[in-house]
Design a protein around this ligand. Structure first.
Ligand code: GTP
Length: 399
């Protein structure tokens, strides 16, 4: 390498620049001149930088603040890590603080690590049972433009995907708000009158050692459900009134439509519309299955799109790639609905196959509610896609 060409620039220190750095306030981030937390202008420092004499009588004042790392020395951290092998990874805080030397800890001691919330594991699936088993691992409130929903994350004994249930339950929310503030200690359930949509597997006792904190962090009710007839875990739902037929959508993952906003399909608007309708009614469940591209996966779906750009439609493109027109299964959706105590549904769909599949799985469909694509989402690509669904897949939709 030509060293002349790459010679290092030895620019002289620009006193004005340095003075600006010192004088600027804490709004200037560490990506600019200095770390957040600087206490402001230090006239002595400016004088020094500008090469002027120090006229301040209090030349020997309290020394300027210094940056002190609160992170323990590496040797200390290694020792800590070794001695806490049984704990999940924790780190000492590594934030950089401005302290004056008098604040500095004389013994170089380290702040205690933040407490780790260690949760009990969910119960294992029963290896003897041959049917589909699901287990809700966590539930959390998610505010959406249509109101809050409760996202439930499931595992199952068939695949390693995280299928989801998006639960809309206004009454359940009110109940939770009330019971949180009551924090009743009487051990009694307070939801006898309300047919809430509650996951049985999430709320069951997972382990005899589980704490209230375990339950709250995974999103379960703080107190386990009383097993009034002492027979089985089904008591949770037996205990409640039967949930009236709820709006349910069985939705399949669509990265392109939901994340990128693709106008080749209506998946994104369908998902949003389903949550909107459920929020209007105060109740409903979207079972969100990770069956991208009608079960063929994102990679094949992208290839199918290229075939569609060459003249194929959404069905023939799948077939040309050696896939079925629709490879989805609905057994996991049924198991999730069962876990939520929902057995009668008003199914939001135009797809006759979905109706048949859910009915075959034992779900009582009391009504099919059509999904009408909103006019503002219509485009040439979408119309072609919908037309193929109507003509080749029998979708119950009129354009
Ligand atoms: N293979 C393939 N999959 C697609 C295409 N467009 C959308 N999808 C997938 O189709 C699935 C969504 O299916 P929908 O047709 O919206 O739902 P549906 O069950 O058929 O019918 P509705 O319930 O009436 O909406 C998602 O998994 C999408 O990723 C496509 O052109 N090719």
């Amino acid at each position: 390498m030509n060293s002349d060409k790459w010679r290092r620039r030895e620019a002289p220190l620009d006193p004005l620049l340095l003075a600006a750095a010192v004088a600027s306030g804490p709004h200037v981030t560490r990506h600019h001149y200095h770390h957040v937390g600087h206490t402001g202008i230090d006239p002595e420092m400016i004088n020094l930088l500008l090469g002027e004499e120090v006229h301040d009588d209090e030349a020997i004042r309290a020394p300027p603040p210094r940056y002190v790392s609160r992170q323990a020395p590496r040797s200390q951290r290694l020792k800590d890590e070794l001695s806490s092998n049984d704990q999940t990874t924790t780190t000492t805080t590594s934030s950089i603080l401005v302290t004056s030397p008098t604040d500095e800890k004389s013994d170089n001691s380290v702040d205690p690590p933040p407490p780790v919330v260690k949760l009990v594991d969910p119960p294992a699936f029963d290896p003897v049972r041959q049917d589909i088993q699901v287990q809700c691992l966590s539930r959390a409130r998610i505010p959406t433009p249509h109101g809050p929903v409760f996202l439930h994350l499931y595992r199952n004994n068939r695949d390693d995907k995280e299928h989801l249930a998006i639960v809309v339950d206004a009454e359940e929310r009110q109940h939770r708000d009330a019971s949180d503030s009551e924090s009743s200690d009487d051990g009694e359930d307070h939801f006898d009158d309300l047919p809430h949509i509650i996951s049985r597997s999430l709320n069951n006792v997972w382990n005899s050692h589980e704490t209230k904190m375990d339950r709250l962090v995974r999103g379960a009710q703080s107190k386990p459900f009383k097993n009034k007839n002492k027979s089985s875990s089904l008591s949770l739902h037996n205990h409640q009134k039967i949930i009236p037929p709820s709006l349910v959508r069985i939705h399949s993952e669509c990265y392109t439509g939901e994340i990128i906003g693709s106008m080749r399909c209506d998946c994104g608007s369908q998902l949003s519309e389903a949550i909107r309708l459920m929020s209007l009614q105060g109740r409903g469940v979207v079972v969100y299955l990770r069956q991208e591209g009608r079960g063929i996966g994102l990679l094949s779906k992208l290839r199918a799109y290229n075939l569609q750009d060459m003249g194929h439609d959404t069905v023939t493109a799948n077939l040309a790639l050696g896939h079925g027109a629709d490879e989805r299964r609905y057994g996991i959706a049924t198991a999730i609905l069962d876990d939520l105590g929902i057995h009668q549904i008003r199914l939001l769909t135009n797809n006759p196959e979905k109706v048949i599949a859910m009915a075959t799985e034992g779900i009582n469909i009391v009504e099919r509610v059509p999904m009408i694509p909103p006019p503002q989402t219509r485009s040439e690509d979408l119309d072609k896609y919908l037309r193929t669904k109507i003509d080749k897949m029998g979708h119950m939709l009129s354009l």
